[in-house]
Design a protein around this ligand. Sequence first.
Ligand SMILES: *[C@@H]1O[C@H](CO)[C@@H](O)[C@H](O)[C@H]1NC(C)=O
Ligand SMILES: *[C@@H]1O[C@H](CO)[C@@H](O)[C@H](O)[C@H]1NC(C)=O
Ligand SMILES: *[C@@H]1O[C@H](CO)[C@@H](O)[C@H](O)[C@H]1NC(C)=O
Ligand SMILES: *[C@@H]1O[C@H](CO)[C@@H](O)[C@H](O)[C@H]1NC(C)=O
Length: 213
Amino acid sequence: MNLIILLTLLLTLVSGEDDVQCLRGVKSSLNDPRQSLATWNFSNSSIGFICNFNGVTCWNDQQNRIITLNLGDFGLEGGVPKDLKQCESLQNLDLSGNKLTGSIPNDLCVWLPYLVSLDLSDNELTGVIPDGLGNCTFLNTVVLSGNKLSGGIPNSLTNLRRLTRFSVANNELNGSIPSGLGGFGKESFEGNSGLCGKPLRKCSTRTRRLIAL
Ligand SMILES: *[C@@H]1O[C@H](CO)[C@@H](O)[C@H](O)[C@H]1NC(C)=O
Ligand SMILES: *[C@@H]1O[C@H](CO)[C@@H](O)[C@H](O)[C@H]1NC(C)=O
Ligand SMILES: *[C@@H]1O[C@H](CO)[C@@H](O)[C@H](O)[C@H]1NC(C)=O
Ligand SMILES: *[C@@H]1O[C@H](CO)[C@@H](O)[C@H](O)[C@H]1NC(C)=O
């Protein structure tokens, strides 16, 4: 019995069935007015068939396991797809330059624990930057610029020890920049009228008092 479960698990991992489901879900959950995903045809299920899809890169072409999903400037509309949770071995996610709405899922790092690079810039995302984003410990790139994100920058992002590229510029963020992120340049934070602290202007004591209230 246990052997059967183990074999099933192994077969699933090797076949990359989950990654296929992931892309099916991504395609069906997004509006695609420019037909950018039209080439995603699931009727040919030969080994590695998803590796030829527009925007998809696999770990190797003999396996349906995705390392990179780059759907930048595809003209896509909708929310960040929940189905991404089935692309568990994904390392690079680029959904920049689309018309994505809604918020960044707090569970993104539960879904995609191995994420190294996340680019959601130039969409129409709203809501806060979720605390949970600090749980993707392998992240070295986080680009969330050019959205309508509001609230503060969560302290949890200072847990991202590998971060070398970071931007939340041109959003509607406010509050003080966590000191652990103060090493990034101004351009990482510009265009948010409510943000203060290094590397931007000092937070005024008045602002601090308001926060305390
Ligand atoms: C997908 O491919 C099959 C066979 O390769 C073809 O018959 C079908 O029309 C294609 N579907 C789309 C949506 O392109
Ligand atoms: C199915 O996909 C494989 C790999 O991409 C390709 O070599 C083959 O020609 C395709 N078959 C059909 C019927 O489209
Ligand atoms: C992030 O990690 C912390 C500490 O392990 C945990 O308490 C929290 O629930 C996690 N958040 C999410 C959204 O995964
Ligand atoms: C930041 O903006 C939110 C509304 O988006 C508001 O509730 C909060 O009080 C503001 N915080 C600061 C520190 O200004």
